[in-house]
Design a protein around this ligand. Structure first.
Ligand SMILES: [Zn+2]
Ligand SMILES: [Zn+2]
Ligand SMILES: [Zn+2]
Length: 294
């Protein structure tokens, strides 16, 4: 099994299109790497590729994976879906925008595991609804805490199973879930958007080998200070890193990473005190291309 971080930025990507803050300007000068939107690829021992979230960068994220490129190289008639299934945490654009990419190919009926609400939103949307009708996407509804085997679009079971837990994020049109993907020997949790931590979440992630956790903002007032936008981290449904360091450092998981970084986050600069502080708490910052072989 292999886990690849194919994107580590928040929904707006990095740099953000209209921003010249310190991080974005360092990025445009080539001093920080641009980052794709948050997404993880989990690859089982049969080379099934499961994407956690379908970011608007998904087309390039697929192309960045060796296994996906090899599948295309071996394909009949030069066509094959290089990914087997997608699991969606919630329906904010940075997490579902990539679903539209699949409409450019052959209708493979790629399974999209999601909540009942998100399934309805996808099926009724003018953008995505016709992709479901025409067989490009096949929504598969998940429920909190229920074990779900993940199937490939080819109809065969992968070696991976899924459990999800409803979490509090932003109270708007979508519900939001934390994901846990596991094989018989390894498990990974992915919770990129969450407003607070509680005992339920601690129990949900307590048995995983690797955790990817909400790291959008370092400070609650970061957006106001850097961008002059009068919204706090909590207003937007994100627990800031400064408030999650303590409890995450106490959760016994072998590898713990922050992910889903906003362009304003000082953690994007390895020289920052904030980056050093997360290392002091025995946590790490995920980055595009980070690969964990298990
Ligand atoms: Zn997000
Ligand atoms: Zn910026
Ligand atoms: Zn969100």
């Amino acid at each position: 099994m292999k886990i690849i971080v194919v994107g580590s930025a928040q929904d707006g990507g990095f740099p953000q299109y209209d921003c010249n803050c310190l991080n974005c300007s360092l990025c445009r000068k080539g001093l920080l790497k641009p980052l794709y939107r948050s997404s993880i690829a989990v690859i089982d021992d049969d080379n099934h590729v499961i994407f956690l979230d379908a970011s608007p960068d998904m087309r390039l994220q697929m192309a960045s994976i060796d296994v996906c490129r090899e599948k295309l190289n071996r394909s009949m008639n030069n066509r094959v879906s290089p990914i087997d299934a997608i699991v969606v945490t919630h329906a904010h654009w940075g997490h579902i925008g990539g679903l539209a990419e699949l409409g450019a190919g052959i209708p493979y009926k790629v399974p999209v595991y999601c909540s009942s609400l998100v399934s309805k939103m996808i099926s009724k949307s003018r953008i995505y609804g016709h992709l479901v009708e025409a067989g490009y996407l096949k929504p598969q509804i998940f429920e909190s805490r229920k074990e779900i085997p993940i199937y490939s679009w080819r109809g065969e079971p992968t070696m991976l199973k899924l459990k999800v837990l409803k979490v509090k994020h932003r109270e708007d049109f979508t519900d939001t879930f934390g994901l846990k993907i596991y094989s018989s020997s390894f498990s990974v949790a992915y919770i990129p958007d969450i407003a607070f931590f509680n005992i339920e979440i601690e129990e949900f992630i307590s048995d995983v080998d690797v955790l990817f956790f909400e790291g959008t903002f370092y400070y609650n007032n970061e957006l106001e200070i850097v961008s002059g936008i009068h919204k706090t981290s909590y207003d937007l449904g994100h627990i800031p890193i400064v408030d999650s360091l303590n409890f995450l450092s106490k959760v016994e998981i072998p590898q713990k990473y922050y992910i889903h970084f906003n362009h304003t986050n000082p953690v994007l600069r390895k020289s920052s005190e904030e980056f050093k502080s997360i290392l002091r708490f025995k946590l790490k910052a995920a980055y595009d291309g980070l690969t964990i072989n298990v």
